[in-house]
Design a protein around this ligand. Sequence first.
Ligand code: FCB
Length: 456
Amino acid sequence: MIQFPKDFLWGVACASFQCEGAWDADGKGPSIWDDFCHEIGGNHVKHGDTGDVACDCYHRAKEDVALMKALNVRAYRFSVSWPRIIPDGDGAINPLGFKFYDELVNELISNGIRPLITLYHWDLPSALQHKGGWLNRDIVAAFERYARVVAEHFKGRVDCFMTLNEPQCAAYLGYGNGLHAPGWKLGDADVARALHHMALAHSAAQRAIKAVDPGISVGVVSCGGLCYPRNDTPAGREAARKATFDLGHPYWAMTFSIFLDDLILKRYDDSAIPAVRAFADSIPAGDWELMETPDFIGMNIYNARPVDDDARQVREPVGSPRTATDWPVTPEALYYGPMNVYKRYGLPIWITEDGLSNHDMLYLDGKVHDPKRIEFLHRYLTCLAQAVAEGVPVKAYLHWSFLDNFEWSDGYDQRFGIVYVDYATLRRVPKDSAWWYADVIATNGDSLNGIPKYYY
Ligand code: FCB
């Protein structure tokens, strides 16, 4: 029997750069993602797509919130664009910076939807990048001030903040392999430095937010390569746990643990590769005292890798299903992921992102049929319920994403929304999965008992 706690929070998520558009409206400064997209000859983003218009959410708060309400959504995780509020990152505050967010937050509240703010979802003010971005420790003070300004502004209206989204991607894709803005390709030590500055920035921001109102809950959103056992035996489970937190492989920067160990355990795992160990040894002792344990861990989970009993990665069974981004469909991720992360850190867990890109299209009947998304979510949520049943304190599930949106270097080709966006007209069309999800929310997960209805 699938059951979720009575106060379980069901919602949807998105991020400023991916959906707002209005890239230079009302005094906003440029961000590294504006620069990355606009760089002539840069070819960083598929088809040369940009975030200039995106889903135009900046001008559609009322319409979008009305749609969330129609879909029974209880919480909306969105990010604030730092360069809208403080155009150069650490200087003057833009008097029009909160215009859109005020409208959005007020609209959400008056429709009974809880606003959840992410402070940093990768759109760093360009001016801070010119000073070294996350490699320059001064960013910690700039982020702390930005966090305070936003928390003060929304005092009494927003009671939950997430400081950083996926430090791993921001550091590794931004400063390691250069796939994301700012597109720098540096070595392991610099990636580790960026991650460490992010841990300090989270901590400073958490202190600043709590100083504004100690009742605000503050989390941080992590990501990384989760593992599940090919054989569900005690030995297999232990191997999957070990592989999940292994910092000894080339993708050490993309583990959940690299950031959370630094922040919460105040140490780097012994498995760390030599470059990371050397960086860890260079950290001033006083830094550990600055680390603030978050109130909850946000986990963005899309899939996991199977491992054998020796914690070695094995291939998925031949012919396994995949998504439009060619990511494997592995519902086990929502069971083993929260389970292992909870065992390691002992903090409440929010699923802050989960979902899939699908080859969606508008059908001749005017609807968007996406049975695969329904199937995917049904299976993933069933596994999440199992983790909950076994005692993992999972508090929320925030689906990625509400609308189709700008998927970073993949541009608009990938459709992650439960609501289809016709980019030519910006019209929103709820997909079948949106109505299916509305039922899941209305029944607090009870509708997951049984075979799903695939067409609406
Ligand atoms: C996550 C990002 C989010 C979105 C999804 C698909 O890594 O946080 O912005 O791009 O992946």
